[in-house]
Design a protein around this ligand. Structure first.
Ligand SMILES: [Zn+2]
Length: 266
């Protein structure tokens, strides 16, 4: 599985050494931390982790995982310490969400396709309505005065059509890399997903890919497809899994980094 939309913000530096043993039990706890008037919602999960791990979630909250002996106070302190940073990320997510919502598919809008930005040209259709692309423009040919929903549908259909072709092509290209493992070729399902670029079902022999992938550069599409294919040999994200992936795609870490930077969905 290749996740998206969440980002670790605290690495080793945030390790908090706690001398006192305190047991808060297991499970998930939700609370807010007052950071000078800004309330930051926190979802705390007790796990067997070394450090306190913080992740910004796209719904304007922070997911925290910490060992059971880390006191709540230490977690609150860390949130306050990182408040400016967290709020900056909340703003960024909100901004990105806004960008997505306000796209009315009008002349001059920017659309992403295969890692490149295209300028949208809306023109009145003389014959049939369609979407066409050239080197740097995407043309939306539609009847006059049609609704935003209709434009949305036309563009969405175009992306789906392209995704069907491009993502299948990536599967055709990457599947032979695993030939010696003799796995059956999985079927491909493409749909919109909020939190993942891709996932796989060994049982159903299928890979599900996010439609949004068609907006990413081909090298990143290949990374997601190969990542999912390798799961048919190694189910978990074990060392063996990553060894296999590295053997087939030595620069996968760079690709994953780029994907994380580019792709944050609401
Ligand atoms: Zn995975």
């Amino acid at each position: 599985m290749v996740k998206l939309g969440l980002r670790s913000i605290v690495g080793k530096g945030a390790a908090i050494y706690v001398k006192r043993e305190m047991n808060f039990g297991s499970g998930t706890k939700e609370f807010t931390v007052d950071c000078g008037g800004d309330l930051i919602p926190v979802v705390l999960t007790r796990k067997r982790v070394k450090n306190i791990n913080l992740r910004i979630r796209c719904n304007q909250s922070v997911a925290v995982s910490a060992a059971s002996h880390v006191p709540l106070k230490a977690i609150e302190e860390l949130i306050r310490e990182k408040a400016a940073w967290i709020l900056k990320h909340f703003d960024r997510y909100a901004h990105q969400q806004k960008d997505r919502v306000v796209l009315f598919y009008e002349n001059g809008d920017q659309l992403n396709y295969l890692g490149r930005t295209y300028i949208l040209q809306v023109q009145e259709a003389i014959h049939r309505e369609e979407v066409l692309a050239d080197q740097d423009k995407i043309y939306l040919l539609i009847r006059a005065n049609c609704s935003r929903e209709h434009r949305d549908k036309m563009i969405d259909r175009w992306y789906r059509e392209k995704a069907g072709y491009i993502l299948n092509q990536s599967l055709e290209k990457n599947y032979p890399l695993l030939a010696r493992h003799k796995i059956a070729k999985p079927a491909l399902v493409i749909r919109k997903m909020k939190t993942r670029w891709g996932s796989c079902s060994l049982h159903k022999q299928k890979i599900t890919l996010n439609l949004e992938l068609v907006k990413m550069p081909p090298a990143l599409i290949d990374y997601v497809v190969l990542h999912e294919l390798v799961h048919f040999i190694h189910q978990n994200h074990s060392k063996a899994f990553y060894d296999c992936l590295s053997g087939l795609m030595p620069d996968w870490k760079e690709r994953r980094k780029l994907l994380k930077e580019k792709g944050i969905l609401g």
